[in-house]
Design a protein around this ligand. Structure first.
Ligand SMILES: [Ca+2]
Ligand SMILES: [Ca+2]
Ligand SMILES: [Ca+2]
Length: 326
């Protein structure tokens, strides 16, 4: 055998092998990053589509009932009585023949039937559960879109055919506050979708058309950090925009906002770089600038806002919509 022939068959040295392994490792990690990005993009797309479908269902509800459901947020509807009244007056308009005594808490037999049918959660176990006053912005739209009984005197607890306006995947219905009312998780997020009826802010805050956000309790919110049982974190609040006159409007100010926290399951909140500025209740997130306004211009979107998905964002996430995505 000639020496040249031997060289052709000498194989790899240890160093060469290590170099090859390192290159393969780098290529594999690059591929994994690309695959991960593609997976997240597909997940965002699926959640965005579902938000759009729920929006369409709410618009259909408006066509049928002449109004969007109230959101029962704790600012505009500051007491349980106001929340219950908002629901009953809405239903009374739609179902004028309903019996006032036949709503949940008044009819245990029908309630049991509904639990079995999946219309209400079996979790409720205290005297205040299954009451309309317990409905909040994560639950109201689910109740309204699940459809009502053909028993028009008793639309919530009655039996008979229901025609849901949106067919909720029952494996994603959750009752994290154990009050008997379902809320709904997006497909790839642990955080419940939040519904804000922006119309209810037409008379709120007290000085409409101005930047009146220095009232600590004037912005509706769902504080997931304080909601036991929910895997979501952060505070969901309606987003706003500055109109052509330089005044403030809620985004979709005559319709509604649906908010999904995205794959990170976090709604964000208020990032305040100036620690002397109170973070809570004094700022509003401005769409699509990515900024917030209030007493301090130091307040901006948090990174958790970036993958949030809404019914008004044009791109798949708020971050990509605003060009702020990292
Ligand atoms: Ca509730
Ligand atoms: Ca609930
Ligand atoms: Ca998020």
């Amino acid at each position: 055998m000639t020496s040249r022939h031997r060289a052709c068959h000498r194989g790899f040295t240890l160093v060469e092998l290590l170099v090859v392994i390192a290159i393969i490792g780098i290529l594999a990690s690059l591929a994994l990053v690309g695959i991960r990005r593609a997976v997240v993009a597909a997940q965002n797309g699926a959640m965005n589509l579902e938000i759009k479908q729920i929006s369409q269902a709410l618009n259909q509800y408006k066509i049928d009932s002449d109004a969007y459901p109230p959101d029962c947020n704790s600012v505009v509807y500051s007491s349980g009585t106001l929340r219950a009244n908002a629901i009953t007056s809405h239903l009374r308009r739609r179902f004028p023949k309903r019996s006032a005594t036949d709503y949940p808490t008044a009819n245990a037999t029908n309630l049991t039937r509904l639990i079995n049918a999946g219309y209400l959660s079996p979790n409720g176990n205290t005297s205040s559960d299954y009451q309309l006053s317990q409905l909040d912005p994560t639950e109201v739209y689910v109740l309204f879109l699940m459809g009502f009984s053909s028993d028009i005197t008793n639309p919530i607890t009655g039996t008979g055919d229901r025609t849901p306006l949106f067919k909720f995947d029952t494996t994603r219905l959750v009752d994290t506050d154990n009050d008997g009312w379902w809320s709904f998780k997006p497909k790839y997020s642990d955080s419940e979708i939040v519904y804000f009826n922006a119309y209810s802010y037409d008379t709120f805050p007290a000085s409409p058309g101005s930047y009146a956000f220095n009232q600590s309790a004037s912005v509706a919110q769902v504080n997931f950090d304080a909601l036991s049982g929910s895997l979501a974190t952060g505070i969901a609040r309606p987003y706003g925009k500055v109109n052509a006159n330089g005044k403030f409007d809620w985004v979709n100010n005559d319709t509604f906002q649906l908010l999904c926290a995205g794959v990170d399951g976090a709604y964000g909140g208020y990032y305040v770089s100036d620690p002397t500025v109170a973070a809570n209740g004094d700022a509003v997130k401005i769409y699509p600038s990515g900024q917030a306004t209030g007493p301090s211009s130091a307040v901006t979107y948090k990174v958790e806002d970036m993958d949030n998905i809404t019914n008004f964002s044009e791109a798949s996430t708020l971050g990509s919509d605003t060009g702020l995505a990292p």
